[in-house]
Every structure is written in structure tokens, then in C-alpha cells.
Design a protein around this ligand. Sequence first.
Ligand SMILES: [Zn+2]
Length: 405
Amino acid sequence: MMQKLLESKIMQAALEYLKEDDARTLKEHLELVAIPAPSNHEELRAKDMLRRFKELGLEDVHMDEVWNVLGTVKGTLGSPVVMLAGHLDTVFPATVDVTPKIKDGIIYAPGIADDTRALADLLTIIRAIKETGIKPIGDLVFCANVGEEGLGDLRGVKNIFGKENNIDAFVSIDDPLAGSIVNKATGSNRYRFTFIAKGGHSFADFGRPSAIHALGIAIAKIAQFKVPQVPKTTYNVGVIDGGTSVNTIAAKASLLLDIRSDSQEELKRLSVLALKVAQEAVEEENTLRQSEDKVQVQVEQIGDRPSGVQPDDCLIVRIALEATNAVGIEAKIKPSSSTDANVPISLGIPAITVGCGGRSGGIHTEQEWCDPKDAYKGPQKDLLMIMAMVGVEGVQAPMIQKFKR
Ligand SMILES: [Zn+2]
């Protein structure tokens, strides 16, 4: 599909540039990882990326309302529009020491791979385009986005796709295995159910409804939920909390519920069901006690990640497979997971999440590491991939179609 592009002088020069730029990319990688960026507190790292985007000469460099940093390489035609993203945030609170330590060529630092390597990949890719003068036909939008990790709830990409935009395809660099391609999005809905009652003495006030009893009834009902194996759908009450002492009728009790599915319908069905059983649990406890005092439930949604599936042989996946294999990385389509691509996938916009440069492990632990050997191959396949998507003047027509909104 992209043989002509791959063999063109200009693409060869750009790929060679990435190899030569490897040491500089590593230097930037180390600088970036040392800037703390917990989810919802990405400001410092966002400002740093904003400066770098400006220095690299991107057009329309700006920070949006939620601190996503964006910049564009304008194409000769301006269509299609492809976004290449890496997330700014890490799972580590600001108190964790993020100073990189190098031992036997391996870099140790919380967040070194997930997803700081992707930010360094973005910078070297921009440089390769600028320095070699390779001319995209469509626009390439580079994005260092906020809020990918748990507490972030994908708020960065939700902001991008939640308002009017002209993005025709989306690629997120966010997997420790360079050859990874994720095309299926596991969605999740997360809730906090808080049961509230009057409480009282367990003996003197016996007969009043209990927040904990209602919570127990709700969990017993949730535990009976039937879910399909395909599309994979799961549920879990992961945390419970409540009560004050053994001889007090509980005035308050809460639970945290996580529902996940590759299917948007299943996600919705289980969420509706969970809300229904919470209400039923309250009614049952109130009926059992027959007291003037009533227990109630408050429902709060604390997580919302949309889901969706694209076939393994869809165009964006085929482009990614070919580009990855072309630079000598073994491409691998991974099982469904939750990434920034969830949001565009749920909207029907072609989107994937791919691996970053280097080899890495210990993700989400303070022992996170990255082996930067041959790390330039990561950006090589990403550059080839996005150039095939937007097309290269005089070499290759855009492979991605304009997305019909
Ligand atoms: Zn990540």
C-alpha cells in the first residue's frame, strides 16, 4: 500500500533523520520525565511542551481550555486531518521522585514509558518533517493531551472531540510495546452509590432502615448480573465504606462500582440495571423496616469512557500494520483496552493506539523503566504511518478519507 512512499527519497531521508536524531530525542525524553505531571495537574509539563512546539515552528500552537497542547504542520491541501497524540499525565502524585536514573543503559523513572516516551517521539517526528521538508498533503495536528490516566477519565481527548473539529483520523502513542496496535476500545462506567439513613442505636432504635443493610442488598443484586463473554463485559464492586460502630445503625454507606464493556449497548444496559437495583435495594430495606425514617441512595457517576470496536482489517489498522512491519518492528494487534482512542472510536472516527519507541516495563509502578536502544524505530513507523494517512506531495495520495460528520 505504501511501497512507493517508503522507497521515495524524501521519506528515506526523513526516516534516516529520525535515526540520527535519536540521541537528542533521548535527551528531551529525560528532560520531560523529570517534570511531574499527575492527572489533572499537568500544567508544568504542558507549558514545557507548548514552548517546544513553538520552538519547532509548528503552526497554530496553543493550549486549549483543559491544557491540551496542540500544534499543526499544514498540508498543501489541508485535508484530510490526522492527529498524532501522546498524553502528558502520569499516574504518579507530585510527591513521587521522578528524577531519571540510568543503570546499564536502562532508564528508570516513574512515567518514563507511559507516556513520556510518546512526547519525545512527537518532538523528533515534528523535527524530521521540518528539517527534511517532506510535504504532507493533509494537515498533521500534534497533540500532547491531558487526562488519559484513571482520574483523568480521558478528559483531554473528550475536550477535543466534544466540540466542533475536523479530525479525520486519530493516532495515540501509548503502549510500552513498540509494535502494538490497539483498535478496540473497552469502555467503562464508574459509579459511587451512597446510601443515607437517619442512623441510631442498634437496640434502642431498632426498626430504622440501615444504610449498610441497603448497600448489602444492592451488592447481592449486582453480584447476580449476567454478562456476555463476547463482547467482553465485566462488573466489580471494588470499594465499600460506611458505618461507625457495631452497635450503631449505619447512617451512611457507599460503594464504588466499575462496569466495563467493549460494547456501548452492554455498558448502557448494565449501568441502567445498576441504577435500578440501587433503587430496589432502598425500597426493600424500607419495606422490611416499615419505619417513618427512610434510607435513600445518591448516585454519582465518577467515570465515563466510551467503547467501540473497529475490525482488524479496517484501513487504519492495515496502514499501521504495514508501517510498523516496514521499519523492522513486529506489529501486533492487541486485545481491547481503554486508551485515548476510545473517544474517537466511539464516534466512528478511525483511531488507534500504538506503541512508543524503545522497550519498557514496570508500567504504573515506581520501578518503571525504558531501554532506549533503537528507540528511533518507534517514531519511524509513526512518521511513515501518518504520512501515508495524509499523503505526501508528489509521492503518495492521502490514504485516509474525509470523515463524514
Ligand atoms: Zn498511557
